[in-house]
Write a new protein. Structure first.
Length: 191
């Protein structure tokens, strides 16, 4: 953006343009300087963003909590041995599910092209009984949340890099290395 100076925050430099790109379907990549233990070295998929605040799911932190423990009342079949991801520090006892989009599926809300958030119990049950491939769906315990203006301030302060989300990265087979790959990409784009 011409004529708009960079903002120097306590964590580093970012541009006001990054704040303008905040929207559902974007990745928030934690800056190297972000030391909050809830978000250090995380990648957050923004699922909601409006004047009332923002919400998202940390997509790169696995837990050791099995899906059989999360969904005790569901028949999980082959999915019983899978584990959940840590979606964030808010509402850690609730579970949210992201699935790869399919044409004509109801009971979901699109987050990014190719990725839907399960929105109904019926869809959850269908997903758990029908989907067995690890790259088809993921379960997240808790979520990340920001009040009005909070995420904008954090982004201007240099806590987050905003990059477009990609379906294959949401369901990346190596989520433990996702932050390292995306932080390098974000820093190159910023340079």
């Amino acid at each position: 953006m011409t004529g708009v100076p960079s903002v120097q925050g306590p964590l580093g430099r970012t541009s006001p343009g990054e704040v303008k790109t905040l929207a559902p379907g974007k990745f928030l990549v934690a800056s190297r300087a972000l030391r909050d233990p809830n978000f250090a070295e995380t990648v957050v998929l923004l699922t909601d963003y409006d004047q009332d605040g923002a919400a998202g799911l940390v997509v790169n932190v696995r837990t050791d909590v099995g899906l059989a423990r999360v969904f005790e009342d569901l028949s999980l079949g082959a999915n019983a041995a899978r584990t959940a991801f840590a979606g964030g520090p808010v509402a850690r006892t609730s579970a949210l599910v992201l699935i790869r989009s399919r044409p004509g599926v109801t009971g979901v809300r699109s987050v990014v092209p190719g990725v839907d958030l399960v929105a109904t119990r019926e869809r959850l049950e269908q997903t758990m009984s029908a989907e067995t491939e690890p790259d088809r769906f993921r379960v997240y315990l808790g979520r990340a949340g920001w009040g009005p203006g909070q995420l904008e301030r954090e982004t201007l302060g240099g806590a987050w890099h905003v990059v477009p989300a990609e379906t294959d990265l949401v369901f990346d087979p190596q989520p433990d290395t996702l932050w390292r790959r995306l932080i390098r990409r974000a820093e190159l784009l910023q340079a």
